[in-house]
Ligand binder design. Structure first.
Ligand code: SF4
Length: 380
């Protein structure tokens, strides 16, 4: 395959390209080395050979919760100025960009926020995204992460629109503890109602994410594990992270994966399970009695940057190549200024090809204070 050096449009990219067109997206061509050595699928590798496989799409920076580890109320009060509507990508723009990422090798789209269910008419976007097909002609793996506050009403419409599975954040089954962890005293029962509605709507699997912060909810770990096991839900514990620059993160407040596992294993013996695919975020542990599994996302004690295949598209239309980024690259500007799909694709590939992010492996006292973009602004 001869590589052709071309200059694409007005937006910086000047590299070798494979002239075969990708299906469905006009003029988008797959990057050099179509079959990446990462996992045998087409796609441009980054500086560490990691392929672009997952796109987290933030559809809003707004949220109705004020979780202290993400959007502490004392910093993001009721009068906090979220993005004005005109700066937020429309559903058409999101779908167009998502289509370009899928043509470049992305197989999984995760809808996030802020809280995605506060964005009006979200099922419309879900149905547009569900229609996308990979270069191999397969449907994309379409999922969503929510705090569950509006899930009881929206689970049905989202599933009908084409959503396949869902992840719900729930940091405790204890109302008082959960109220503190969500910052707005939101009751556990309403989130449980949402999970029941998701199950009734046929969304599967249903995963539950729990951020564990020392001194706040470590006593909730075992009750949550018992509950998820009895409900047949996949529970994933997340180590508290120094995301953004406002949550006052301290290493002492982290409950490391080993300690979480110990808490559970003492009553519900666990054994490690192999990852389902390269780049899977959570470490998997099955209950020895075969009654299910739990996961641990250990960004602090066991970083997983080596296989990180994730990019993030903010509600404002910027591309971020790491959760702990201090800056992103504007895609909305070129898009609204008339860039073609091929030009946008070339821009994305040029950014990914030079990506060298591995923040969690480099985390130190020096990195903690970096002006990292807030997690709710880049889609978690
Ligand atoms: S720290 Fe950045 S590079 Fe590492 S796993 Fe997280 S998002 Fe990926």
């Amino acid at each position: 395959m001869g590589s052709v050096r071309v200059r694409i449009g007005r937006w910086g990219y000047d590299g070798p390209m494979d002239p075969r067109p990708a299906p469905g997206i006009e003029g988008v061509v797959l990057g050099q080395g179509a079959s990446s050595s990462f996992d045998g699928r087409p796609g441009m590798p980054d500086r560490f050979g990691r392929a672009l496989r997952d796109l987290r799409i933030s559809v809003t920076d707004r949220c109705n919760f004020r979780c202290p580890y993400c959007m502490p109320a004392e910093v993001f009060g009721r009068d906090f100025a979220f993005l004005p509507k005109e700066l937020v990508l429309s559903f058409e723009e999101i779908t167009r960009l998502a289509g370009i990422f899928v043509a470049l090798g992305v197989g999984k789209l995760r809808i996030t926020g802020g809280e995605p269910l506060v964005r009006r008419d979200l099922p419309v976007l879900i149905s547009d995204l569900a229609a996308l097909r990979t270069p191999e002609g397969d449907p994309v793996d379409l999922t969503l992460t929510t705090n569950g506050s509006a899930l009881r009403a929206l689970a049905g419409p989202l599933a009908e629109a084409g959503l396949q599975r869902i992840t719900v954040s729930l940091d405790s089954l204890d109302d008082e503890v959960f109220g503190t962890m969500n910052g707005v005293e939101f009751p556990v029962s309403k989130v449980l109602d949402g999970i029941a509605a998701a199950r009734a709507a046929g969304l599967a699997p249903i995963k539950v994410n729990t951020v564990v912060r020392r001194g706040m909810n470590e006593a909730s770990v075992l009750p949550l594990a018992r509950w998820a096991r009895s409900e047949g839900l996949i529970l994933r514990f997340i180590e508290y992270m120094d995301v953004g620059h406002s949550n006052g993160w301290r290493l002492d407040d982290v409950v490391p994966a080993a300690e979480i596992l110990e808490l559970i294993d003492a009553e519900l013996p666990l054994e490690p399970v192999a990852a389902q695919y390269r780049g899977e975020v959570a470490g998997r542990y099955a209950f020895r009695d075969g009654s299910g599994e739990v996961g641990i996302i250990a960004s602090v004690s066991a970083p997983f940057c080596g296989d990180c295949t994730r990019a993030r598209l903010s509600a404002e239309g910027s591309l971020y190549t790491c959760l702990f980024a201090v800056a992103g690259t504007d895609l909305k500007g070129p898009l609204r200024a008339g860039a073609t799909d091929a030009e946008l694709a070339a821009l994305v590939e040029s950014l990914w090809s030079v990506r060298a992010d591995r923040y969690s492996e480099l985390r130190s006292a020096a990195t903690e204070k970096l002006p990292k973009v807030e997690m709710f602004a880049l889609g978690g």
